[in-house]
Design a protein around this ligand. Sequence first.
Ligand code: ADP
Ligand code: MG
Length: 718
Amino acid sequence: MAECVRVICRCRPLNSRELALKSEVCVEMDQSVAQTILLGDGPPKQFTFDGVYYMDSTAEQIYNDIVYPLVEKVIEGYNGTVFAYGQTGAGKTFSMQGVENIPAQRGIIPRTFEHIFTATATTANVKFLVHVSYLEIYNEEVRDLLGKDKMQKLEIKEHSEKGVYVSGLSMHVCHDVATCEELMARGFNNRHVGATLMNKDSSRSHSIFTVYIEAMDETGSIRMGKLNLVDLAGSERQAKTGATGDRFKEATKINLSLSALGNVISALVDGKSKHIPYRDSKLTRLLQDSLGGNTKTLMLACISPSDNNYDETLSTLRYANRAKNIKNKPKINEDPKDALLREYQLEIERLKQIAVNGSSEQVIVQNVDLEEEREKLRAEFEQAMNQLRAEYELEQKSKAALQQELASLQSQYEKAQADIETDTNPADIKKRIEMLQNQLVGGEQVNNEALKADRQKKMKAAEKKMQRLAAALNVHRDDPLLHVYNSTQEKLEALTKQYTQEQEKVRALEREVEDIQGEFELDRLDYLETIRKQDQQLRLCYQIFEKLQPTIRKDLNYANLEKIRKEAIWDDDQQRWCIPEVVSSRTNLPSANPNALGQKSEQNYIHEDDDGISRLRRKLEDSNVDDIAKNYFKPLKATDLVNKYKADSTRMLSERSHHHHSNSSSKSSSSMRHLPATHDGLNTGDLYSDDLIERAGSAQRKPHRLDALPMPRNKSFT
Ligand code: ADP
Ligand code: MG
C-alpha cells in the first residue's frame, strides 16, 4: 500500500550570536494543526506538516510522537529512513545525535538503540540479529566510518536481489545498547568536519547510520528490517558560507548531492517523469529505496528562527513541503536471500551435528569426509591458481595485484584448512556455538510486564496523536455549497467568505510562483558559478596536458589523444572514465643518416609557440627512438666534429657556471632555451637543464667515443 513520506519541522531557539545581533524571530508554529508560519515582508507563509516542534521541544517528544511507530515497523521487518535536512547550524546533528548531558535531548539515533533492544528483549520465541554500519559521503566519495581504514573509498554497487549496496562496508554485530553507542561515538569522531563561516563545527558531509534487524521466529521464517538514520550536510547556498578554494570544491560537490536529492524529489512529486535521476549522486543512489521505494520515510526539516536566515528557512520549508508528496510502497521483507541469520543458524546446526556425532565410528566416517573435503579444497585451490596463472600470461595484469590475489587465495585455503581442524575439536565446537548464539538476542525480558506495557502505551499515544492531528486538519474542510442556509443573506455571506478564502489561496499561489522564480534564479546563478569554476579547472587540466603531450613518446598509445578519447568509456557505477592502459608499440628504425636527421630535427623543433623545454623534450624523445647502436660507430663529417667540439666546450662552461653561480645558473640556462634551436651546439647545451638530468646524462654520453671517426684531413682545427 502506498504511503507518503512523513515530514516534520523543528525550529531551534535563537543562538547566542543571533541574540547578540538582536535578530528578530520570524518563525511561528501552530502545533494543533501542525503548521509552520514564516513571517516576512509580504503576508505570512504557511506550511502544514505531519508535526511541528518549536524552540522548547525535545528529542524525546519527537521520538515518541513519530519515530517510535516507525522503528516498531522496522522491528517488524519494514525498511525505515529518518533524514535530517536543513542549513548548517539548524539542529540536524542535535536532533539525530543529540547531547548526552540532557536526557530529554538524547538524539534519535541513541533512542533507537534503547527501543530496539527493549523490543527484542520483550518478544517471546523470536531470535534477533542486530548489525550496524556507519558511512559518510564526503566530496562524492563514500567512506566507512567504522572500517579499519577510514580513508579507503568504497564503491556503490547494485545487485539484482540485494539492490543498491556499498561494497566492503563493515557491519558490526550488536547485542546491547552500550555496543551500539560505542560504535556511534567512534564513527561520529571519524566524520569530516570543516569550519565554515556559519558554524565552526559544521559537518560538510552526509552520514548514514544503518541498523539492520533480522528476526527469526519458531517456524524458521526470517524478516529483515533496515533503519537508515541520515544526517545530511548543510543545505545552504555555498555563497553564504564564504567557501573558496578547497572548501569551494567541497561545496560544489555537496551541492551536487543535495541538488540531486532535490531533483529526485521533484521528479517523484511531479508524477510525469518516468526517469528518476537516482544515479546522479552517491546520496540519491544510497537513499533510492527511501524515496519512492520500499521504505517508510520520515524527513526532519530543521530551521532557524532568526530573520537573518529567512531565505534559507524558506528554502528548507519549501523543500520539505515538496517531500510530503513523495509516495513510497513499504512492505515487510520476508525471507530475504541475504539474511545473515540463516547463515548463523546453518552454522550452529552444522556444529551441533558434529558435536553430537562424536562417537569413534562416526569420527572415522567424518575423517573420511574431512579427507575428501581437504582434497576438494586442494583441487579448488589448484584450479584457481592455474586460472590465475593463465590470466597472468594472457592479460599481463600487474604482477603485484596478482601476487596479492594469490596470497589471499592461499590464506583463504589455509583458513579453510584450519576451520576443518577446529571442527573436530569438541571444546572448540562448543566455544563456537556459544559465540554464535551470543550474537543473537531476544526474549531476555519476556516476563517484564512493565516494559511490555510501556511499549504498548507508547505506540497507542503516538497513534492517538496522529488521529487528533488528522481530525483537526479535517475540521476546516466543509463545503459551503452543501450546507443548508436559513436565508439568502446567510448563503451570500457564506459564499462571500468562501470567495475571499479562495482569493487568498490564489494570492498565496501567486506568491509561491514568485518564490519559485526567485529560487530558480538563485539556483541558476549558483549553477553558472559552478560551471565557470569547473570550466576553469578543466582548462587548467587541458593546458597542463597540452604542455605535456609533446613529451609523450611517439610509440606510446597516449601520443594519439583522439584515439584515447574514442576508446574511453564512462563507468557510471564508479563515476569515472575507464581509459586504456599505457601501451608501447614497436617503432620502425629510422634512417641513420645524420644529415637527414638534422633536417628533420630542424623542422620538428621550430614551432611558433613552443618554449625551450618542449623542444628539448621532443628532441630527447627522438634521440631515444633513433637507433643509437647503429649511429654509434658511424663516421662523422668534419663539420659535425667541429660542432660537437663547440657543444662540449659550451657544456663544460655552462657546467662550471652552474657550480660556481648556482643562483644565476637557472637564469642563464633559461635564456639559452630561447636561443634559436637550429644551433646544434646550443641544443646540446640545453640538454643539461635541471628538469632533464637523467635523460641528459645518457644523451651526453652517446657521442663521446670517437675511435671510429675517420682521421681529419686538416689537423690544425684541434
Ligand atoms: P547542524 O547539524 O544542523 O549543522 P547542530 O545540530 O550542530 O546543527 O546545531 C548547531 C547548534 O545549535 C549546536 O550548538 C546545538 O547544540 C544547537 N541547537 C540545535 N538545535 C537545538 C535545539 N533544538 N535546542 C537547543 N539547541 C540547539
Ligand atoms: Mg551537523
